[in-house]
Design a protein around this ligand. Structure first.
Ligand code: AMP
Length: 457
């Protein structure tokens, strides 16, 4: 982890440094070493409340420093408890962080370890998630752990094997909380909550909190501090949308990749088999791409993600399993080849770029059949983007005859048809320069057209 160009902060009673937020030396020293100069807005606003033991409902842009916001006070609390009391003997957990995907579990656990360096091994942290041996994780949990980062399914398995107990959980964090509270996870989450003490501190973090989810948070939180720091203005991410005929999407994508010579590009599609399909098509156009989805083995997933993070893989085609939380340093561009079905997932996908104050770019390629859906995504996310076209790939004004023959509505009587759209001026391709080169599972779902990919396990 390295420092980035995050905006300076003078909020929270003028606190401009981490010590002013109430953090202790082993933590602030580590942050100095990591070249974190000032707290980010979410850190400045939330850390004092979390230290004070309050429940929290925090919405903040992705890449805005959420992980440190919960990890730092948790480390401090555990350290202080260790000073004043003997450690519980047994396989207990003090702070539990639940996340929707394996990669996020690993990433958060790595952050915990990194922030905890100056506690000199006194604070134990462990990650448990599916796709890898449960035995190794059982061994790692022997004698308990202070901070446990977990995907729900594997955690439930480990609890049923008596590898870990939740009855002493003092802090519960739901990272990507809207996802954790959404339908797919309800059973697992209820089962886990039933095993935890009623009295505990609960912290919910997400970049998006759709209305439906807000009602569910009431049962989890007691007098929470509510922070909504999402702001389009503060975002360093440029969003653009290109209209194109469906049968020209791959060619446009290939053209964009070639022209812009992005150091890396993350491309989202909606189905696991579309990953390979698109990779094959790009390969025919001379572009090598790797794929990342929930049907790949965990070893392969790790290799691909590590390779992408290290910049060894330049083009990655992924399902929504890569949409949340992943911190890929200075990722220049995210491309929606397929639009996500949920407006919230749009925000999470594009949030892989433009993180931590870096310049980023999010492109969506939309064919006629996507126009309406994209308008809904815009409306729900309170954004409005200019429709652009790319020279040589301008879409037909009307949906081409052979496109979506089945879905096409019946023709209206003459004279009542839809108005012809005014043709947009094609953009000058030069405006890409500079941005592109900027240096600066649900695995339970067996259907391949699932857009919701999380790791219960
Ligand atoms: P997160 O939103 O927690 O995934 O963090 C996004 C990125 O910002 C990570 O690479 C962090 O290491 C980095 N980061 C978090 N807080 C700060 C800070 N106060 N100053 C500089 N970088 C930070």
């Amino acid at each position: 982890m390295t420092s980035a160009n995050l905006p300076p902060v003078t909020s929270h009673d003028g606190a401009t440094n981490f010590a002013d937020l109430g953090l202790i030396a082993p933590i602030t020293n580590r942050l100095t070493e990591m070249d974190y100069k000032t707290p980010t807005p979410i850190q400045a606003k939330a850390i004092p409340s979390v230290i004070a033991g309050k429940d929290l409902l925090a919405g903040a842009n992705t890449g805005s420093g959420k992980t440190a916001t919960f990890v730092l006070p948790i480390l401090q609390k555990i350290h202080q408890a260790q000073q004043s009391a003997k450690k519980d003997k047994g396989n207990f957990v003090s702070a539990l962080v639940l996340v929707p995907t394996r990669e996020l579990a690993k990433q958060v656990a790595d952050s915990v370890k990194s922030y905890a360096v100056y506690f000199n091994g006194a604070i134990k942290s462990t990650a448990v998630f599916g796709g890898v041996s449960a035995n190794t994780q059982m061994l790692a949990l022997r004698g308990g752990t202070d901070v446990l980062v977990a995907t729900p399914g594997r955690l439930i398995d480990l609890i049923s094997s008596n590898a870990i107990k939740l009855d002493r959980v003092e802090t519960l964090v739901l990272d990507e909380a809207d996802r954790m509270l959404s339908l797919g996870f309800t059973e697992e989450l209820s089962a886990l909550l039933a095993l935890m003490p009623q009295k505990k501190q609960t912290l919910l973090f997400s970049a998006t909190f759709p209305e439906e989810v807000r009602s569910l948070t009431d049962n989890l939180l007691i007098n929470p501090v509510e922070l909504q720091l999402q702001s389009a203005d503060a975002s360093t991410l440029v969003q653009r949308v290109f209209t194109v005929n469906r049968d020209k999407k791959t060619a446009l994508l290939a053209e964009l990749i070639k022209q812009n010579k992005w150091r890396q590009a993350l491309i989202f599609v909606n189905a696991k088999n579309s990953c390979k399909h698109l990779a094959d098509k790009l390969s025919k156009r001379g572009i090598t791409a790797e794929v990342f989805h929930g049907d790949k083995g965990q070893g392969a997933r790790n290799r691909v993600l590590d390779g992408f993070k290290a910049g060894e893989i330049e083009v990655l085609i992924a399902t929504d399993i890569a949409a949340r939380g992943l911190d890929i340093e200075k990722l220049p561009v995210v491309i929606n080849f397929d639009l996500p079905r949920s407006p919230a997932d749009y925000m999470h996908r594009i949030g892989r770029s433009g993180r931590a104050g870096e310049v980023g770019l999010a492109l969506s390629l939309i064919a006629h059949a996507d126009y309406h859906h994209f308008s809904i995504i815009e409306k729900k996310n309170k954004i409005r983007l200019e429709r652009e076209t790319f020279v040589g790939f301008e879409p037909d004004e009307e949906m081409p005859d052979d496109e979506y023959a089945v879905e096409k509505p019946m023709a209206k009587p003459a004279g009542t048809g839809k108005k012809k759209k005014k043709k947009q001026a094609p953009v000058n391709v030069d405006i890409w320069a500079g941005i592109g080169n900027n240096d600066s599972d649900n695995e339970n779902s067996s259907t391949d057209d699932s857009t919701k990919e999380d790791d219960f396990q």
